[in-house]
Write a protein that binds this ligand. Sequence first.
Ligand code: FPP
Length: 248
Amino acid sequence: MFEADFSVVPRHIAFIMDGNGRWAKARGQERVQGHFAGTQAVIKVVKHAFERGVKYVTLYAFSTENWKRPAAEIDALMSLLVRFLQEHENLFLDNKIRLETIGDLSALPEQVRAGIADLKEKTADFEERTVVVALNYSSRNEILNAAKNYAAAVAAGTESSGTPDWPTFSKYLYTEAIPDPDLIVRTSGELRLSNFLLVQAAYAELYFTRVLWPDFDERELDAALIFYASRERRFGKISEQIQKKTDL
Ligand code: FPP
């Protein structure tokens, strides 16, 4: 029988959780019910990813473009986030998971910000596992913000002038303390990154599945991990097989 090998797992998986609306529509339900079902998928996937040995899980929960959705849907998403942070606090505490966020939190409702600040504080000392929630996130805004802060540091003399190298500049990104994703998963059949971790994705493997996010479960995650294990990550070098032939 085929035995899957999970000895090579990505250190960091980032999820574009797409398809909640279509999942709800297919059941004659409101979009909000799709987001609720999506939250249940988040819990399953986060637990399973850490069980498999992943260290960082990033979840694209709300983009800067999502403000264009109907107010009722935005309110429902914000309420779901607050509930998730309150009702699943033990998921973080019992499994020693640190909460991090990326994005501009200043525009979020006070309740969301308070819930995040509270759980961040309670989990700040955990080092083994991290969940990163992308909220009011835009990769382009992140880069612009980094450029502004980097320029300010040069003007203040805390950073030397001249062309920065990537390690220096990347410290000004929201992801300063988070390694680049090794694997980016997008559900629902869409084949794009939608302004998500554009520069951090430089060497990421990309996995697209037609499965809608609320249906993405442990089995689907394993399928993504098996795909990842089958990839040869070259970071711009020639393939090891070709290298071996060249060395002969
Ligand atoms: C995209 O599906 C999904 C979102 C914009 C929201 C994702 C949010 C959650 C899964 C729930 C809350 C998150 C956490 C971290 C607890 P869509 O609504 O655009 O789907 P569609 O393309 O089928 O309409």
